[in-house]
Design a protein around this ligand. Structure first.
Ligand SMILES: NC(=O)c1ccc[n+]([C@@H]2O[C@H](COP(=O)([O-])OP(=O)(O)OC[C@H]3O[C@@H](n4cnc5c(N)ncnc54)[C@H](O)[C@@H]3O)[C@@H](O)[C@H]2O)c1
Length: 485
């Protein structure tokens, strides 16, 4: 197994960079609680070096053709696929997610983004708009400049790529700050991009806590901020960015509903609820954690769910047979335990799970509460852990109204064999990302993001291009200028 300790804490101007004056950050392996690496938070000097490098690198990068930029991004995608095993191991060490997941999701999804946006890079153009008398306007699609990416800890490789790939395809440079909980993976993304031919300074990674993120967001050299994180952090970052009139993308939290109707295919509905609650130990922003189950199917659903959960293989995430790993940190595990206590105290019925496993590491088993009501804390707040709340409902209109009664709007799902109802219900649910008869897939070709408090803007798909570039228009006169005097 590779040594997870990186060459240095930061990757700036095409090379690793260290400044030991920065606060020491321990990287803890969630499966054992052991410190496996250490990095230093960026000092003001490192932040400045990264922004200077990005500003200079962006000019070189933007002067290249889109086709040339795309070729480098696609080469990086191939390199990520070639190194998938090593990158997956690092993702597992950083997050504790099982190799069974990381081998097929994280570097793979990052490579998909680099390949997809690399493919688009050569076709990013403006348009020609004919006007009266032969006059015309043409538009130019131009990059924004230096973009800042700030990541959460649940998908460190993917987030680094989902932000970097569209930004770079458009000709921007990026300074990316990973979550202090998972600082390792983004450094590898930077290393690979530069090995693939990226000019120095175009993609930089600097470490640190909220203060480092805050310093980046308020810096006048920065044109755009893309954050993946919680709603409270999103509010702060959005407000700080507004002060400098910067562009933003906000990928925030959720409390997404999943509606399971009596006529649903039971096995598919149970699979969807498992994927939407327990994948990555429940640490997925779009999870469908409010599972509304119609009364006629409720007991069958709970019985089959319990049977299927008994098959989860909980253990060492490096073991490829293991399908359920630890939570990312002791802190996050304690937060989730607090929610489990709230569920018990407020009268929800614990069907399975609920207690930390007696082994080293931060293991909470898949936990299911039934008979949950809309006013309970576990039905209202984002838990970000393996806790499913099952709520009963009688009819469609009632379920839609209750599902929408939340400040969040990231995702929503519906399970029914009546496709007319499927489309009708998903259209009525207030969510940026909807699913009919499946849950939590996020292909790079499709827009991903939230409505209401869950976010602003979209990642992935052609739409992301609009969030990392702007149109400038040029009016061209083909006739004499008529002035009034
Ligand atoms: N919508 C999505 O795509 C998506 C994806 C993954 C996670 N999430 C959300 O992320 C959250 C979990 O991640 P987390 O605990 O790391 O979130 P968090 O909000 O605590 O931190 C996110 C990032 O913001 C930084 N940060 C904190 N304060 C800051 C400030 N004042 N200025 C600038 N940066 C600051 C952190 O250092 C971290 O890198 C959950 O709410 C989850 O739903 C959303």
């Amino acid at each position: 197994m590779q040594d997870p300790q990186p060459t240095a804490s930061h990757f700036v101007n095409g090379a690793y960079l260290e400044d030991t004056a920065g606060t020491l950050i321990d990287v803890v392996y969630p499966a054992t609680g052991a410190v496996i690496a250490q990095v230093h938070a960026a000092t003001p000097a490192v932040i400045d070096a990264a922004l200077e490098a990005a500003a200079a690198g962006q000019k070189v990068w933007a002067a290249m053709t889109g086709t040339e930029r795309g070729r480098i991004l696609r080469r990086a995608a191939d390199m990520m696929r070639d190194r998938n095993r090593a990158l997956s191991e690092l993702e597992t060490l950083d997050t504790g997610k099982p190799m069974q997941e990381t081998l097929v999701v994280d570097a793979t999804s990052g490579a998909d983004a680099l390949e997809y946006f690399g493919g688009l890079a050569g076709s990013l153009t403006g348009e020609h708009i004919p006007l009266a008398g032969g006059d015309f306007v043409y538009t130019r699609r131009v990059p924004l400049g230096v973009c800042v990416g700030i990541g959460a800890w649940n998908y460190p490789t993917q987030i680094a790529c989902w932000k970097g790939a569209p930004a770079l395809a458009c000709g921007n440079a990026m300074v990316f700050k990973p979550s202090e909980t998972t600082p390792l993976c983004a450094l590898k993304v930077a290393e690979i991009l530069h090995e693939a031919g990226l000019p120095a300074g175009v993609y930089n990674v600097i470490q640190g806590m909220g203060e480092v993120g805050g310093a980046l967001v308020t810096d006048p050299r920065v044109a755009k901020v893309s954050l993946t994180g919680s709603v409270p952090t999103g509010r702060k970052v959005y407000a700080a960015a507004a002060e400098g009139m910067k562009h933003v993308t906000m990928e925030l939290g959720g409390k997404s509903p999943m509606l399971i109707f009596d006529d649903a295919d039971l096995e598919n509905a149970v699979s969807g609820a498992i994927l939407g609650n327990f994948y990555s130990s429940g640490q997925v922003c779009s999870n469908g954690t409010r599972v509304f189950v119609q009364k006629g199917i409720k007991e069958a659903f709970l019985a089959r769910l319990s049977e299927r959960l008994a098959d989860a293989k909980i253990g060492d995430p490096m073991d490829e047979d293991v399908s359920f790993g630890p939570m990312v940190s002791e802190r996050q595990m304690r937060i989730v335990e607090g929610y489990i206590d709230a569920g018990l105290n407020e009268g929800a019925r614990l069907v399975t799970g609920g207690k930390q496993l007696e082994q080293e590491g931060f293991y909470l088993p898949p936990t299911v509460f039934a008979d949950v009501t809309d006013d309970m804390t576990i039905a209202r707040e984002e838990i970000f852990g393996p806790v499913m709340a099952v709520l009963d409902f009688e009819d469609e209109a009632e379920a839609i109204a209750r599902a929408n009664d939340t400040p969040f709007g990231l995702a929503a799902g519906v399970f029914t064999q009546d496709l007319t109802r499927g489309h009708r219900v998903i259209a009525a649910l207030e969510a940026g990302t909807g699913y009919i008869n499946t849950y939590n897939l996020a292909p790079v070709e499709a827009p991903f993001g939230g409505t209401k408090a869950s976010g602003v803007g979209r990642e992935n798909s052609k739409l992301a291009i609009d969030h990392y570039s702007e149109m400038r228009s040029v009016y061209v006169a083909m006739n004499d200028v008529e002035a009034p005097y």
